[in-house]
Design a protein around this ligand. Structure first.
Ligand code: 7TS
Length: 418
């Protein structure tokens, strides 16, 4: 009953895209003499006025250092900073607010886990499983840890559609597996991974699981308790928030058992000339003055997403992906890279006989911003036998008219380059 009800509601939701586009000043400009078409949302999303104004308001009316001062501005800044933690707790459905640790973003969150949980728990001969479609930020920290400890990084294979092969994953799990680190949504393929199942299987073997949520947080409902994640990382800038701020979610009992990440102010209880004691969560992992302003403004991005609703966003983005997939498939010499059954609005492709960089440059000359290259997934590109792809990634403010312009640009480029 419940599922049917939700489906009906979702069907009825139609976004007022013109109204939404007015919230994003950057979209209304010409680039190289043409109206900007911004299709590089998987790299970073644009920011709505509420976020831009939030930053402005913070520096004009609130700015002070947090957690230390007793004066009014310090109290205001602390309250605003901590209010974002509460918003994020709700956004990812964490059980406790102290499970939300502020970091610079996904990359730092993963490095934090490698440097603390990893160093503490992973020994020589232990195994870390990652998938074939990880971003470099969910590969290199594990290579570094494995080299330091004499541990082994093993790779979960994918099929030709770009989906994790669960049976192969199950075969890799054993009592040696200490950590599974998997991306929720692939930035290069758009694949949505079955993270709940991946986590359940890992837990059967006593392994902990880190989910890289950099690409999922703006598209999907995130519920860390429902999926059972031990760690979950996200970046504010990929969900309409500022750059330089993100979070690590960790289960309280795990975070409590982990050693601190960096030493400095705020992460301590008491310091003497001979040692120190550690502060309680979440401050134990937040040494030094954090990125207060961007954390404060991130709350407005979350509220913006919530005011529109993930269901409506997802419906609109799915429509865009279907439209774009159909349109591009009618062009000659296009090979889609990433054709998983469950995908977000990422369209990766190769134009046969054309280097992706040349295509990107030509599209840019027509005001169309896409991403080209290996998308920081070099091992995946090697696995697929390609040097890179062209990637158009759509957000809630994109339109089918923009896709038409993109397709026209592609036709023009194809004529010139092939
Ligand atoms: N994980 C995934 C899946 C990503 O897509 C990215 C960034 C990161 C981690 C790193 O996030 P950061 O905020 O810490 O930098 N991905 C991309 C991309 O696809 N194009 O530019 C950055």
């Amino acid at each position: 009953m419940e599922a049917i009800k939700i489906k009906n509601i979702t069907k009825e939701i139609k976004l007022d895209i013109n109204k939404i586009r007015k919230d994003f000043p950057i979209l209304h400009q010409d680039v190289n003499g043409k109206s900007l078409v911004y299709f590089d949302n998987a790299a970073t999303t644009q920011k709505p006025l509420v976020v831009i104004n939030g930053l402005d308001d913070y520096y004009k009316g609130i700015n002070a250092n947090i957690h230390r001062g007793i004066h009014t501005l310090a109290e205001r800044a602390t309250a605003s900073f901590e209010a974002t933690r509460d918003s994020l707790k709700t956004f990812i459905n964490a059980k406790h607010r102290e499970e939300v640790i502020f970091t610079r973003g996904t990359t730092e969150s993963i490095n934090l886990v490698a440097a603390t949980f990893g160093r503490q728990n992973i020994k020589a001969g232990d195994e870390i499983l990652i998938s074939s479609m990880e971003h470099h930020s969910n590969i290199v920290p594990w290579h570094m840890l494995a080299a330091e400890k004499g541990a082994v990084v093993k790779i979960i294979p994918i099929n030709e559609q770009g989906e994790i092969i669960l049976e192969e994953y199950e075969k890799l799990l054993s009592s040696k597996t200490k950590l599974v680190a998997v991306v929720h949504v692939s930035n290069a393929l758009g694949t949505i991974n079955p993270v709940k199942t991946i986590i359940e299987l890992a837990h059967k073997h006593g392994a902990k699981v880190l989910i890289d949520g950099a690409q999922s947080s703006s598209h999907l409902d995130i519920d860390v308790q429902a999926i059972g994640a031990d760690f979950f990382a996200l970046s504010g800038h990929k969900m309409y928030g500022p750059t330089g701020i993100g979070i690590l979610y960790g289960k309280k009992e795990l975070l409590e058992a982990m050693p601190p990440y960096q030493g400095g102010g705020e992460m301590i209880g008491e310091v003497t000339y001979t040692g120190f004691t550690v502060n309680e969560l979440p401050y134990k992992f937040e040494a030094g003055t954090p990125n207060i302003a961007d954390a404060v403004a991130l709350k407005y991005a979350i509220e913006y997403i919530q005011s529109i609703g993930k269901a409506a966003i997802r419906k609109h983005e799915n429509d865009l992906l279907s439209y774009a997939t159909k349109s591009i498939s009618q062009l000659e010499g296009i090979r889609l890279i990433g054709t998983a059954k469950e995908k977000v609005s990422i369209l990766s492709f190769v134009m046969e006989g054309v280097h992706h960089q040349d295509l990107g440059i030509l599209l840019d000359q027509n005001g169309i911003a896409i991403r080209t290259g290996h998308h920081c997934t070099q091992p995946l590109m090697n696995r697929l036998g390609i040097s890179g792809t062209s990637r158009a990634s759509f957000a809630l403010y994109n339109t089918t008219e923009e896709i038409d312009i993109f397709i026209e640009g592609m036709k023009k480029a194809s004529k010139m380059l092939r």
